[in-house]
Design a protein around this ligand. Sequence first.
Ligand SMILES: NC(=O)c1ccc[n+]([C@@H]2O[C@H](COP(=O)([O-])OP(=O)(O)OC[C@H]3O[C@@H](n4cnc5c(N)ncnc54)[C@H](OP(=O)(O)O)[C@@H]3O)[C@@H](O)[C@H]2O)c1
Length: 334
Amino acid sequence: MAPRGARSDPTGDDPQTALGRRRRRIPQRLPALGFGAAQLGNLYRVTTDEEARGAVEAAWDGGIRLFDTAPHYGVGTSERRLGALLAAHPREEYLLSTKVGRLLVPGPGGGDDTAHGFSVPDTRRRVWDMSAEGIRRSHAESLERLGVDRVDVLYLHDPEEGPTEQAFAEALPTLAAMREEGLISHVGVGSKDVGVLLRAVRTGELDVIMLSGRYTLLEQPAAEQLLPACLERGVEVVAVSVFNSGILSRPEVPEDAMYEYAGAPSELLERARALAALAAEHGVELPDLAVGYPLRHPAVSSVVLGMRTADQVRQNLERAAREIPEELWDQIDA
Ligand SMILES: NC(=O)c1ccc[n+]([C@@H]2O[C@H](COP(=O)([O-])OP(=O)(O)OC[C@H]3O[C@@H](n4cnc5c(N)ncnc54)[C@H](OP(=O)(O)O)[C@@H]3O)[C@@H](O)[C@H]2O)c1
């Protein structure tokens, strides 16, 4: 539910809402708020079927129409779950993205996938494949797991972690060819590596990047070159890990807060706590700032938040709609 006086506007298209005003952008194509489904793949811990259903239903009921997943998230679990939950809704009413670069193959079984961060059985495992054939196969297998006949955005996933040169020589040209063939609408790269994203943007083949954790309230290494390059070339930016995977997600920052999928170092805990105190002085909360911050940059179209429960979704919709005093932004920018 939106707070009193605030209008829910997850598209960010309404200039009368806090979210719409915050999103200062060149012509928009992607909605301002999206649902990240890594948590539906049991990231860190099990998300129950009931929680997953509640989260996706709350997102839909709250007007969210952009959903992101990947084969990597729970070795196929997130894609299957998200696809099944979205099947209740007409495909043309929402935007869906998934990723390529890792193929899923039979795993050893008998153990789990916690070494990769997901609480799922290891009956499947990932293999890097950025070849032309691997990209097409990955796309086809994702469609099958999702139970849809198309995705709107196909991202090359973490090319810096896999065979990077093959990613540039084969995967990106293949994605561009798939766009030409009408198989996908938008070509993207998703990564936390500013250098690899900048290199990808400069190929001229991208419509969108998914920028993980590198343009947040806590840190902005993308601001120097990457975001200006995206603006110059009309590449949309979807900011993700805007809570830096947990440290910015609560009004107070606990000692065991997560940063980059692991425990946060003490200097970051201190920075986050100082920001939380500043937010409180202005009557708002740290996560309100974390959700709102990236959308103030003119290159950023969307913020995609990782959510595993209906309560998190509803709370984040409220956060996105919250008015943040301009003088607070000024103090943060100073
Ligand atoms: N390379 C890439 O392309 C890439 C990289 C990273 C992310 N992504 C995408 O972006 C999405 C989001 O990224 P992310 O999962 O790294 O991080 P995030 O959005 O920074 O953080 C997600 C975590 O924040 C917590 N959270 C969310 N809403 C909350 C609320 N209202 N109250 C308290 N805690 C809340 C949840 O914690 P709990 O776990 O405690 O529930 C959740 O796991 C992913 O799902 C994925 O779709 C893509």
